[in-house]
Write a protein that binds this ligand. Structure first.
Ligand code: PEP
Length: 255
């Protein structure tokens, strides 16, 4: 089954809402509407920017989609500082990253919590981008595939095969995130292929062939083509390079 590539820009904790408007305008000017027939493009700004991004994309009827970087496992209640799936759905979010390594590292997110967040996103019609990937010491120990596929299996626990089709998986080796050390296409493909094989084993070949598996970790315009040329890599989750409108749209055009 042909999978439409997805390039998602994870802005992390960057860009206030005015800067967000300027960046989305740059992307909108640089990518013609016909481009989106080939590739899906999403931006994932901080929560405080989402309303501004929505207003722009709705007003100009852009095909650019957007989402959030996290969500609560709960729908509402006494969870100070959290933002829920229903709130993000109301803002028109198409995607939400779940289990990013920075959330796992700085907020102690476990596979169990990540699994609850994946379910919360799906419950409200938002596609979770489930982030998985190993730290350097795990790779050096030769455990990267077992580690990453375990995160995948735990993150998807309890989902029906039909639901898994709406999940996007992002393989993000932690040692490649924000370091400028991109994985080689063959290293990235090895793990993305193992992710798809695990999906096939658990949910069947049809589901496995429809799930988009992204690569993330220092992806840039000068390395994206070789990554997306790999059989099991269907696009990228882009951090640093998504903050520069010119670099990001160049990367998208090459994906
Ligand atoms: C990320 O944060 O998901 C990421 C891939 O970052 P970078 O592209 O900057 O490595």
């Amino acid at each position: 089954m042909a999978r439409k590539p997805l390039i998602a820009g994870n802005w992390k904790m960057n860009q206030n809402h005015l800067e967000a408007i300027a960046l989305v305008q740059k992307i909108a000017f640089a990518l013609p509407e016909k481009y989106y027939a080939k590739v899906d493009v999403a931006v994932l700004p901080p929560f405080t920017d989402i309303r501004s991004v929505q207003t722009l994309t709705d007003g100009d009827k852009l095909s650019l989609t957007y989402g959030a970087q996290d969500l609560s496992p709960h729908d509402s209640g006494a969870y100070t500082g959290d933002v829920s799936g229903p709130m993000l759905a109301k803002l028109g979010c198409s995607f939400v990253t779940v289990g990013h390594s920075e959330r796992r590292e700085y907020h102690g997110e476990t596979d169990e919590l990540v699994n609850k967040k994946v379910k919360a996103a799906l419950k409200h019609g938002i596609k979770p981008i489930l982030c998985v990937g190993e730290k350097l010491e795990v790779r050096e120990a030769g455990e990267h595939i077992a580690h990453t596929t375990t995160q995948l299996v735990e993150g998807l626990k309890g989902l029906k095969a039909e639901q898994v089709k709406d999940v996007v998986v992002a393989y993000e080796p932690v040692w490649a995130i924000g370091t400028g050390k991109v994985a080689t296409p063959s290293d990235a493909e090895e793990v993305c292929g193992a992710i798809r094989a695990t999906l096939a084993e658990k949910y069947g070949a049809e589901v496995a062939s429809s799930v988009r598996v992204l690569y993330g970790g220092s992806a840039k315009a000068n390395n994206i083509s070789d990554l997306v040329a790999c059989e099991n890599i269907d696009g990228a989750l882009v951090g640093g390079a998504s903050l520069d409108g010119e670099e990001f749209t160049k990367l998208c055009a090459l994906a």
